[in-house]
Ligand binder design. Structure first.
Ligand code: ADP
Length: 356
């Protein structure tokens, strides 16, 4: 049985369609991340699972039961919000336990015991008597997570829980969330607009665009085999280069004469169409001075426009015909703006997309 199943779920707010027929199945114990640009419908999807928004169309199941119309408190889910949503007049402990007995029969003393265990797990056992104003951002976030843990729900729902923390703390909490999940194995749906967070936390990642899921896959598969141009350009930093090509026989050709052989599978997917987009990640393009240019196909002449040392690599921006192409190379390479270079595309690691 799937833990959560969305079947063609749609949410309309008057004239806005926030979520447009999304279908998703979350496996028991899975950590599924919803990622995508602002406004693509991530929060609304999560809030429908929580029961905080009604479903306009489609079917939503939790633990095999249809829950369209079921009250949030009857769904056995616990949500962690971006702004923590703590009560200012209550201590950390009370914030964690308050209302946790509403859905189930748990005694006060049992709740206190659970709060103490969870606080220890989160390293906030010395802060239980403090009110939120006396806690740092990271500590407040731990209390908010603690509140969800105390409930021992079958599903955690997290809406950008780390986005109010500074960069260093965000990375630390990200690692803590990952080990917490490894330990508890509770089914989790996690919303973020940050692709690094998505890739590092998710067992699988659903890339959302315009109210639907473009691709749902493990992180490395999204990176290696993006199903659409949208996914290709959203996942990966620096972004994948994408430029227009014509399809000729079993290869594709760019205006500059750059020719890249394409696998039979990719060619079949083109279904006789003669114009497509070729995608190549910056690390899958070789760069060499013109005198060292490798002979043969997959190579074209370009001009360096800007170089950016990134510490562990050098990002070289080049002009290839009308396109700007980014190439990632070794940090000690020396290329100068204005220099003419040979770019060589790794054909096995290039991707063909329908022209949009
Ligand atoms: P995301 O979480 O991906 O940023 P949201 O789910 O918050 O996206 O929003 C998706 C779309 O739905 C946006 O266009 C947003 O403006 C709209 N929307 C969200 N909530 C409401 C609401 N309560 N009323 C009207 N429109 C809304």
């Amino acid at each position: 049985m799937t833990a959560i199943e969305l079947d063609s779920v749609t949410k309309r707010f008057e004239d806005v369609t926030a979520v447009d027929g999304i279908s998703l199945a979350v496996e028991p114990g899975e950590f599924l991340v919803l990622v995508g640009p602002s406004g693509c419908g991530k929060s609304t999807t999560l809030r429908m699972i929580a029961g905080l928004e009604s479903v306009s169309d489609g079917s939503l199941e939790i633990g095999g039961e249809r829950v369209n119309g079921v009250e949030p408190k009857d769904r056995d889910v616990a949500m962690v919000f971006q702004n923590y949503a703590l009560f200012p007049h209550m201590t950390a402990e009370r914030n964690m336990t308050f209302g946790a007995d509403a859905a189930r029969d748990i005694s006060e003393s049992e709740l206190s015991k659970r709060a103490a265990e969870v606080a220890e797990m989160l390293g906030i056992e010395d802060l239980l008597d403090r009110k939120p104003a006396a806690l740092s951002g990271g500590e407040r976030q731990r209390v908010a997570i603690g509140r969800a843990l105390v409930r021992e729900p079958s599903v955690f729902l997290m809406d950008e829980p780390l986005s109010n923390l500074d960069a260093k703390l965000r990375i630390q909490m990200r690692t803590e969330l990952a080990s917490l999940h490894r330990r508890l194995q509770t089914t989790t749906v996690y919303v973020t607009h940050d692709q690094t967070e998505a890739m590092t936390l998710g067992d699988r990642v659903a890339v959302m665009n315009d109210g639907h899921a473009e691709q749902v896959a493990p992180p490395q598969e999204l990176y290696d085999r993006p199903a659409t141009r949208f996914v290709a350009e959203f996942i990966g930093e620096p972004a994948m280069n994408v430029f227009p090509v014509e399809v000729h026989g079993d290869s594709v050709v760019h205006d500059t004469g750059l020719e890249v052989p394409v696998s039979a599978d990719e060619m079949a997917a083109q279904d006789g169409i003669d114009a497509a987009d070729l995608g190549v990640r910056p690390e899958d393009i070789g760069i060499a001075p013109l005198d060292d240019a490798p002979a043969g196909t997959c190579t074209a002449t370009a001009e360096v426009t800007v170089t950016e040392p990134l510490g562990d690599s050098l990002l070289v921006h080049c002009r290839l015909g009308d396109e700007t192409v980014q190439v990632s190379t070794t940090p000690r390479a020396t290329f100068e703006p204005g220099e003419r270079v040979a770019l060589t595309v790794d054909a096995d690691r290039s991707h063909l997309f329908d022209r949009e």
